[in-house]
Design a protein around this ligand. Sequence first.
Ligand code: ADP
Ligand code: GLC
Length: 477
Amino acid sequence: MKKILFVTSEAHPLIKTGGLADVSGSLPKALSELGEDVRIIMPNYQAINRTEEVRYLSTVYVNNYAVNILETRLPGTGVTVWLVDCPEFFNYPGNPYVDEHGKPWANGAERFALFCRVTVEVAMNRSWLDWKPDIVHCNDWQSGLVPALLSLEYSRPAIVFTIHNMAYQGIFPKATYLSLNLPGQLWNPHGIEFHDMLSFLKGGLVYSDRITTVSPTYAKEIQTAEFGYGLEGLLSYRKDFLSGIINGIDSDHWNPETDANIVQTFNHSTLNKKQLNKAALQEKVSLPVDKSIPVFGLISRLVEQKGIDLILECLPEMLTHPLQFVLLGSGNKGFEQRLHNFAESHPDKISITIGYDETLAHLIEAGADIFLMPSRFEPCGLNQIYSQRYGTIPIVRKTGGLADTVIDTVPETLNNNTATGLVFNEANAGTLMEAIKRSLILYNHSKTWKQLQINGMQKDYSWSKSAKQYMTLYSHL
Ligand code: ADP
Ligand code: GLC
């Protein structure tokens, strides 16, 4: 058994903005079920959904702040969560990255630098918790200073750093670096300096013993200029220490057989019951209830990464076909407005919900026929996996984890029952539209369609395999 400190900026169901929360809420649970001693550490944000008891454990002093360590449990699991409680930084409305008005925190660097410093105290067993991890498992830039600072410690734990998204690097001006009072040895081009700026992410990539990312394809992609954002050289240099482990899912939470958020539970042998969720979805989002019309779903942060512009380009042609489109998301205001305009002029075909709504997300997965995920890049992606579990056929671009988790429908994969979706290559509206048209043809072949649904629903997406890959990695350190 290894002792693992899992460092994250979000974990479902405590607080979530995207897939990192899904992973942080499910991988530690899977690891602990396999016998590892895992503790999660994260900031004590005001917005945390507190359903379990929270108790005070200790106080540590870092950088002139007295910071409390609080303990709670990941709801529905036995996993311990340590909350880094520093009200000066975290007791404000908003989410981990933006304030209540959607603006990135002006003191984002200070917030996460403090979180990293406290995590180092916990990792070095200097915070009165009487527990020293064997492995510190960091995630994304918010934890990037942990490996950097630990590298200066004698007898430190081993460090794994997981990249969930290279597009977010935690880059700040040199003046911010100076104001943080970080040890001078770290400031050099082989350290946390990136073109005279401070890069939190580089701290993770340079100083960790192992780097992982959330799919094998993305592990290769980030070693190229297109996906590496200037860090491809460093990643290629460290390629012997870099690997891709595909994300699993919380198969209790995303389970069409037991999901309390949907109207009718179902499985691969009762697929006809999925229709009831479709009708409920159509009703809920004010579209005509019609079981024969194909419903396309999309749930996403509305950002460049997700190919929302490709969807916007395709919508005029999509509208010439008999179909409905249901979107749930929030993000870029320009995307939100343009989507709204389409919905307003075609209320019988398009429904746009701007906001964050977990119940609706589950109903879309269960009620839609086809799920759109035309990402420009996608480290792993979870909705295409949830879709397959719910008998909803994903249309994805061949990149990152989408390429690793969706099998395109071609004669060979139809014959051997491995096809689970539609995959297109180029990030442009023309190829996306081709895939959409292909899906409409397949949708009308009900026997083939059903087979695709069954193929996807029968795949094992649980953490069991991937969690064991992390354990193997830990055991080599
Ligand atoms: P990313 O982490 O890049 O946003 P993922 O596919 O890994 O993408 O994970 C996104 C997660 O966030 C999924 O669980 C998805 O259902 C959820 N999600 C995204 N947008 C919303 C929303 N507006 N309402 C509810 N859930 C959402
Ligand atoms: C990131 C990625 C997404 C991935 C998630 C969890 O947010 O954008 O592809 O699934 O992290 O690893």
